[in-house]
Design a protein around this ligand. Structure first.
Ligand SMILES: O=c1[nH]c(=O)n([C@H]2C[C@H](O)[C@@H](COP(=O)(O)O)O2)cc1CO
Ligand SMILES: [Zn+2]
Length: 169
């Protein structure tokens, strides 16, 4: 029987697009007004073992800390926010992340690169590389290169994935 004869849907999501969509859906939880990042960790069996998004640490109110980008360092989000990749690792089901892939909306910064490498994650799949010119991201590339972590930018087969929360399906 050919794939066509089987009657199977043809417009289903590829694995890559599916995992990136999970990362982006998770990013929708972020309170950051400028950059919402989501990350999804997938093991060798293609099972999702962790997701996360950028946000303040557990117990720190989203209203009590600043979301600003500019001003005195302590009045910006930067010293307080946990990055999506870090949260995905920390939120992952207890076990071994060795050999996993991480799908992330934004190429990881150097601090997340360290966490990814130390967790044993071997592949980074990213969408945006908007900060590629900064030193932090140059450092990430250097770390990933030396540690042998493969990085690839996703070229999605589906640019738009629609989810409608409608009780009538
Ligand atoms: O690897 C990352 N993962 C991640 O979650 N983030 C978060 C931290 C901030 O909340 C936001 C970046 O903010 P901005 O683009 O305004 O500088 O994205 C940022 C990076 C890269 O800096
Ligand atoms: Zn980071």
């Amino acid at each position: 029987m050919t794939a066509q004869d089987s009657g199977k849907r043809s417009d289903y999501l590829s694995w890559d697009d599916y995992f990136m969509s999970v990362a982006l859906l998770s990013a929708q939880r972020s309170k950051d007004p400028n950059t919402q990042v989501g990350a999804c960790i997938v093991n060798r069996q293609k099972r999702i073992v962790g997701v996360g998004y950028n946000g303040f640490p557990t117990g720190c109110s989203d209203e009590a800390l600043p979301w600003h980008r500019e001003g005195d360092f302590l009045d910006t989000k930067y010293p307080y926010v946990c990055h999506a990749e870090l949260n995905a690792v920390l939120n992952s089901v207890p076990g071994n992340l060795a050999g996993c892939s991480i799908y992330t909306a934004l190429f990881p910064c150097n601090e997340c690169a360290k966490v990814i490498i130390q967790a044993g994650i071997r592949e980074v799949v990213y969408l945006s590389d908007k900060y590629a010119a900064t030193d932090s991201f140059r450092a990430s590339r250097r770390l990933f290169d030396q540690a042998g972590v493969v990085c690839r930018q996703l070229k999605p087969a589906s640019r738009i994935v629609t989810i409608t929360l409608d009780e009538n399906g």
